[in-house]
Design a protein around this ligand. Structure first.
Ligand SMILES: C=C(O[C@H]1C=CC=C(C(=O)O)[C@@H]1O)C(=O)O
Ligand SMILES: [Mg+2]
Length: 474
């Protein structure tokens, strides 16, 4: 097995080598090269990527924007459509591919071979045609990855070749990258305005509110403690939706969120989520409890007043506490030590404020990122509590197919670093059509109309980015 690094001194870049790994069973070799780059705007690069990779682009940014990943093309795909063991299977397949990489320990966080993808919310729910192109787990190793880590830019080129694969293909991929970077300069500032003409329809809001009522009764009867119920709205635009413009808008309008895009042929799953599921960097893991919501005030005083109200509101506190207790338990079981605050703080987004409790821990040595995803999904912020009963209830009463909504989306590298968010404040774009999803934690004191209003606030980030929010002020 060849596992060595070739240095190439002809190019004046800090690190240009090739890592190789050989998959045990089929003799395929993963070739991967990392090079440094100067000041590449990730959104412009994503946009430029359309020329060669339309339908095969991915985007990820964390809220502080110090980890941004743009993936173009597919060097490799891991897809699991069966429901059982999907988290383990993705991890096993990824490790098979990556484990023999000779110098993966030298890879800087967020660079090198990185797998990006997501899971469906509930693999046991029958899939509707809306989510046809999305499996219960789909992960992509891109041909070209742009990583912007703490402001530093890197390109990684990946290719899987036959047993004797040479690095010529990587040179070709690098050449494509050069063409894309050159074409970016022509595009700066040129943005087609998306037509804002659209027809909007809500999927049966009355039925949704009556389901909330039904669930409240179940909770009062003691069948279940909390259930998150989601609903869907659909927009049909006059023109094709411009994904690049939606992403530009999300970056501008939701700077405190995880931004994610997963293009899949003609469909595109996109969103701006405030909620981390799990982050792992070396052995440090971090999760976030985010549940309990109120709107933003139009003046500073009003806004603070609303925040205060949320922090003291019994119903929202219960919604939040159920999440804290489940995530804390999972973190305690997986960590040598954990730390979290005793009281929730406020997390203020453009349209909404939430109760927020971050939790941090030092993971035990056998704990992997994907094992944490498996353990945590779905938290009671997305499913409910107890989880099994809540999911059964969701299957019974929810009209929509959640697909990838409210499920883990994120990335993992060759050293088991990575991060997953929960894919809320999101939508599926297909041509001229957008399907948007939003849900609410239902507890004993939930009022159907208030919960309905809460979902309306949660639709706003995507509506606004699509140019489909009539009035930004309410
Ligand atoms: C399920 C969603 O939000 C969750 C996250 C934060 C606050 C929530 C709430 O207050 O109900 C939800 O649990 C959604 O945005 O679709
Ligand atoms: Mg709520």
């Amino acid at each position: 097995m060849v596992l060595k690094q070739h240095s190439n001194n002809t190019i004046d870049q800090v690190r240009k080598g090739v890592s190789r790994t050989q998959e045990q069973h089929n003799n395929h070799v993963l070739l991967s090269r990392v090079v440094e780059a100067k000041n590449i705007d990730p959104l412009l690069f994503f946009e430029a990527g359309k020329t060669f990779f339309e339908g095969e682009r991915t985007f990820w940014a964390n809220p502080s924007f110090n980890t941004i990943l743009v993936g173009l093309g597919k060097a490799h795909e891991i897809e699991v459509d069966r429901s059982a063991n999907r988290f383990d299977e993705v991890e096993t397949k990824w490790k098979e591919l990556i484990n023999q990489l000779d110098d993966k320990n030298e890879m800087k966080y967020g660079t090198g071979p990185i797998l990006f993808g997501g899971f469906s919310f509930d693999p046991k729910r029958n899939k509707t045609s809306l989510w046809n192109d999305f499996s219960n787990a789909t992960f992509v190793l891109p041909k070209i990855l742009l990583s912007v880590i703490d402001g530093e830019c890197y390109f990684t080129f990946n290719h899987i070749s036959g047993p004797n694969g040479d690095t010529e293909v990587l040179d070709n991929i690098e050449e494509i990258k050069n063409q894309l970077v050159n074409s970016m300069n022509e595009k700066i500032g040129h943005h087609e305005e998306m037509k804002k003409e659209f027809v909007k329809s809500e999927v049966n809001p009355e039925k949704w509110m009556s389901s909330v009522k039904e669930v409240v009764n179940d909770i009062k009867n003691g069948d279940v403690e909390k259930v998150v119920l989601a609903r869907e709205i659909n927009l049909t635009f006059k023109n094709q939706i411009n994904i690049d413009e939606v992403l530009f808008n999300l970056r501008e309008q939701q700077p405190m969120s995880y931004l994610f895009v997963f293009e899949n042929k003609h469909a595109c799953f996109i969103g701006a989520s405030p909620e981390r599921l799990i982050k792992k960097k070396a052995n440090t893991i971090k999760s976030t409890c985010l549940a309990g919501s109120i709107g933003r005030g139009q003046t500073i005083n009003l806004d603070q007043e609303l925040g205060k109200q949320l922090l003291q509101d019994q119903k929202n506190m219960i919604e939040h506490e159920v999440v804290v207790s489940m995530i804390k338990e999972a973190m305690i079981a997986s960590c040598k030590t954990i730390s979290s605050s005793n009281r929730p703080q406020l997390l203020k987004m453009r349209h909404i404020q939430h109760l927020y409790t971050p939790i941090k821990g030092e993971a035990k040595s056998d704990v992997s990122l994907l094992s944490m995803v498996k353990k945590l999904h779905p938290t009671p912020a997305l499913g409910g509590f107890p989880s099994n009963k809540a999911i059964e209830k969701i299957r019974e009463v929810e009209l929509l197919d959640r697909g990838w909504y409210a499920a883990p989306i994120g990335w993992v590298d060759g050293n088991d670093n990575g991060e997953f968010a929960v894919a809320i404040r999101s939508g599926l774009l297909r041509g001229k059509d957008a399907s948007l999803f939003a849900g609410c934690g239902i507890v004993a004191d939930s009022d159907p109309i208030e919960e309905y209003k809460e979902t309306n606030i949660k639709f706003k980030p995507m509506l606004s980015a699509l140019g489909g929010l009539e009035d930004e002020s309410n």
